[in-house]
Design a binder for this molecule. Structure first.
Ligand SMILES: Nc1ncnc2c1ncn2[C@@H]1O[C@H](COP(=O)(O)OP(=O)(O)O)[C@@H](O)[C@H]1O
Ligand SMILES: [Mg+2]
Length: 350
């Protein structure tokens, strides 16, 4: 039986969506697609061939399998950092390029783009900034590269951190700034949550933030890179079907126009390689640095199997007694973590 027009359209939409999704590795499960839509494998393969012929999908061979990508259009230009106006660059160079994307992704993109370009201009100490934008049928993306001091280095130096990777935690908390006179430390915190993929690379390490929408909590991933590059590289991508507006993102952490009063800290970020156990008072102090700037702090124990007594005591008894006005909300606790929190602070309900 031939496919109906609607069936065909649904399959096309799904194929494009799967190839263009943030988690796509380019492989398509044709059997699963055929089973899902109740059609033959040949029908799905035929649609795929037609999409390739129309240049809506690009196929390459990866071993014995085929890998698919979407055609991308890209623009790239260097700007001198001195006197750079991020709004002007956005209006004159980017705005028309992303005009075909829907309004919510375009607005979130504009916010993150101007914040990250402003960062490169004001914090990096680089003379030149390379701006790139890309688009496909499914998403819009930008990257900003500078050749300056490097973001993790800069934060580690400013905070006297032992290790550059400890800078991840400061960025995840938010409100970190090395220029408190005219900056507030919100740019990276909110940009990382405004899209679908956010990556910062500096030196030989990269931090990726994904799945940030609503309150699922962001997933942080670390990668050690083979090559050492100067400066900072930031990559932001947002899907065309992204529905969470910037106002909704702000409302999660700055509710009712009360300012940036809430944060969400993934405890795993304390030891990004997950080898060191989370046990000590010094780890707790690192976790709690600048936390008094917030009114409510969600402590996300996702991926942390257990914690030590000293660590728990420092947070849930010592800090809590010194700052009773700050709400500490532990979430995603294993039984071992909950038991330790109750052990040091019997009134805590976790
Ligand atoms: N491209 C960069 N190069 C070096 N340091 C950076 C860069 N971008 C950001 N930073 C550091 O990260 C901090 C946090 O950035 P952000 O969240 O945008 O807040 P703000 O710009 O308000 O300080 C900055 O204060 C700066 O110390
Ligand atoms: Mg900034």
């Amino acid at each position: 039986m031939p496919l109906s027009k609607i069936q065909r359209q649904n399959i096309i939409t799904e194929i494009i969506h799967q190839i263009g999704s943030p988690s796509s590795n380019g492989f398509l499960d044709i059997d699963a697609l055929a089973a899902h839509y109740g059609v033959s494998k040949q029908s799905v393969s035929r649609i795929l061939s037609e999409l390739q012929a129309e240049n809506r999908v690009i196929a390459e061979t990866a071993g014995r399998k085929k890998k698919y990508t979407l055609p991308r259009e890209e623009i790239e230009r260097d700007f001198p950092a001195a006197g750079l106006s991020e709004d002007k660059v956005f209006r004159e160079y980017i705005s028309a390029f992303i005009a075909s994307a829907p309004e919510t992704p375009r607005r979130n993109f504009a916010y993150a783009f101007t914040e990250m370009l402003n960062n490169a201009a004001e914090h990096s100490e680089s003379e030149k900034i390379t701006v790139r934008a890309a688009k496909t049928e499914c998403y819009i993306e930008f990257s900003i590269r500078d050749y300056g001091v490097g973001i993790f280095r800069k934060i580690a130096q400013a905070m006297n951190l032992e290790d550059d990777t400890h800078a991840f935690l400061e960025l995840a908390k938010g409100k970190f700034t090395t220029k408190p006179q005219n900056h507030s430390g919100e740019g990276i915190f909110f940009s990382a949550k405004a899209g679908d993929i956010f990556l910062i690379r500096c030196g030989q390490i990269a931090m990726t933030v994904s799945g940030s929408t609503r309150d699922t909590g962001s997933k942080y991933l670390f990668k050690a890179m083979d090559t050492l590059e100067p400066g900072t590289f930031v990559n932001f991508r947002i899907q065309n079907d992204h529905s969470e507006t910037l106002a909704e993102v702000f409302d999660r952490y700055a509710p009712d126009g009360n300012g940036f009063v809430k944060t969400h800290i993934p405890i795993r970020l304390l030891e990004h390689d997950h080898i060191m156990p989370i046990v000590s008072r010094s780890q707790a102090k690192r976790l709690l640095a600048r936390v008094e700037k917030f009114q409510s702090v969600t402590l996300d124990f996702d991926g942390v199997p257990e914690i030590g007594q000293g660590f728990a005591d420092e947070i849930f008894r010592v800090f809590h007694n010194n700052h009773p006005e700050i709400e500490l909300i532990p979430i995603n606790c294993t039984t071992a973590v909950s038991n330790m929190i109750r052990h040091v602070c019997p009134s805590e309900s976790v």
